[in-house]
Design a protein around this ligand. Structure first.
Ligand code: NAD
Length: 393
């Protein structure tokens, strides 16, 4: 079977779906890779590195789509809301598509994708089980974002992070606060600690406390309890406005006392809760930095502008999204490992075998045969459940 890797087209996107190092394992499973020329260049993987590992190089994008039975991308239509749509006419019924698809996004976009007849698998829907861990691209990319958020903050802050005792005096350490301790937040804690900052973190899920402490961070305890803070899949649940209001009041002094605040508090499929208000920003010291990793979904800071850095009350509020793409070499390496593990799980003896009894297949399969087949997504977009199909509850 041929696995096609088109060049990413989202503006500024530098990652690539497969890197040369994973090709040998794919070849053993009977998968030949066809890559659009230049697809890996921006990530640091030039064409010859792919051909050395046995890949074929396609001169055009149309050739990749025409020849491949399976297409894998980082940002497919849906997740690529700028240019992803242009790929739809290149897809055909029965072709497999694998990548970020933003399954809890626009229902119209999902319907258009379904109408092409492709069998698409959304990596965002990967179950959180030990078996699926090597395929969990959301976590890989969150790891990259958490790391890079701290690097960007350190670069913007007019102070340094570590404590220094020198002949020229003593420098006090930077104070970093992380709000939202998921995968991104945990990596942000680890990175801020490595740079020498005094690092605190807060999450509404009580289970996060132990993780924060194990990384050497201080846990910010607030005297409020979320109702059913996490669902069965380990994700945070949406809370009422009253709860968020209380959180904001209680977080005020922790935010004011920090040089850097990294916010990464998200609820899947929902607008991000506002946890840092304009008044809280105004209480921060001049030159402080907020990196809002929730910017794409509205932001955790009231002043965040998605995709931009704004300065307000002498504080820089960075709403850049897709930080993983700014470290494309390693982000692609991790993503390629996730995708190749997924491919090896889907393909047996050189043939694609979608098995509805396998929860990895069942939960990630988004569209098939012209329809949205995923039960969770159908419910999310208000469609009736299908009967007798893959993806039915
Ligand atoms: P996420 O990206 O869904 O959300 C980020 C964090 O924001 C979460 O920790 C959430 O509790 C927090 N949050 C949401 N609303 C908040 C609010 N109002 N106030 C404070 N915090 C708020 O998180 P994630 O990266 O998916 O990780 C969530 C948990 O799942 C973590 O414990 C992580 O280690 C775990 N996880 C497990 C697996 C696995 O078992 N395979 C895979 C990935 C993540």
């Amino acid at each position: 079977m041929i696995v096609g890797v088109p060049r990413e087209t989202y503006p500024g996107e530098k990652r690539v779906a497969l890197v040369p190092a994973v090709l040998a394992n794919l070849a053993k499973a009977g998968l030949q890779v066809l890559i659009e020329t230049g697809a890996g260049t921006a990530a640091g993987y030039p064409d010859p590195e792919y051909s050395d590992k046995g890949a074929k190089i396609a001169a055009s994008r149309a050739e990749v789509f025409a020849q491949a039975e399976i297409i894998t991308q980082v940002l497919c239509d849906g997740a690529n809301d700028k240019t992803g749509h242009a790929d739809l006419p290149l897809m055909r019924r029965g072709q497999i598509l694998l990548g970020f698809l933003r399954p809890l996004g626009s229902s119209q976009v999902l319907q258009e994708l379904a109408a092409t007849g492709v069998s698409s698998f959304a990596v965002e829907l990967m179950p959180r089980t030990t078996r699926a861990q090597s395929m969990d691209a959301l976590s890989s990319m969150a790891t990259m974002s958490g790391y890079k958020a701290v690097i960007v903050a350190a670069d913007t802050l007019p102070r340094i992070f570590p404590m220094l005792t020198t002949a020229a005096g003593t420098i006090t350490p930077g104070r970093v606060l992380i709000i939202g301790v998921g995968v991104a937040g945990l990596q942000a804690i680890a990175t801020a600690r490595r740079l020498g900052a005094v690092t605190s973190a807060y999450d509404m899920r009580p289970a996060a406390k132990e993780q924060v402490l194990s990384l050497g961070g201080r846990f910010v305890e607030l005297p409020i309890e979320a109702k059913d803070a996490q669902d069965a899949r380990g994700y945070a649940t949406a809370q009422g406005e009253e709860f968020y209001k209380k959180q904001r009041e209680l977080l005020g002094s922790a935010v004011a006392g920090s040089d850097v605040v990294i916010t990464a508090a998200v609820v899947p499929g929902k607008k991000s809760p506002v946890l840092v208000t304009q008044d809280m920003v105004a209480r921060m010291a001049p030159g402080s930095v907020i990196v809002d990793l929730a910017a794409e979904r509205g932001g955790n800071c009231e002043l965040t502008q998605a995709g931009k850095t704004v300065r307000s009350h002498e504080v820089s509020i960075i709403g850049t999204f897709n930080l993983a793409s700014s470290v494309p070499y390693h982000a692609s390496q991790m993503y390629a490992k996730n995708i190749s593990s997924f491919l090896l799980n889907l393909v047996k003896d050189g043939k694609l075998q979608i098995n509805e009894k396998d929860e990895i297949h069942r939960e990630t399969l988004l569209t098939q045969g012209g329809e949205i087949v995923n039960a969770r997504v159908r419910e999310f977009v208000g469609l009736k459940p299908l009967s007798g199909e893959v993806g039915v509850k």
